[in-house]
Design a protein around this ligand. Structure first.
Ligand SMILES: [Zn+2]
Length: 57
């Protein structure tokens, strides 16, 4: 399981969702609904990936 962070374009709510990595690809076709306004205009927030890459490992 991995935790993904999402942001709602309708109300600005940010929420986290944990799901198997194998289901991550489905998000493009079937985005999760916002827990606050139940809207489907959500997109994933990518903030963690570019921070610390183990390049000097
Ligand atoms: Zn919302």
């Amino acid at each position: 399981m991995a935790v993904y962070e999402f942001e709602c374009r309708t109300c600005g709510e940010r929420f986290e969702l944990s799901m198997p990595i194998s289901q991550h690809d489905r998000l493009k076709d079937d985005p999760p609904e916002c827990p606050k306004c139940k809207g489907k205009q959500t997109h994933q927030v990518v903030s963690m990936f570019s921070c610390k890459a183990p390049s000097a490992y």
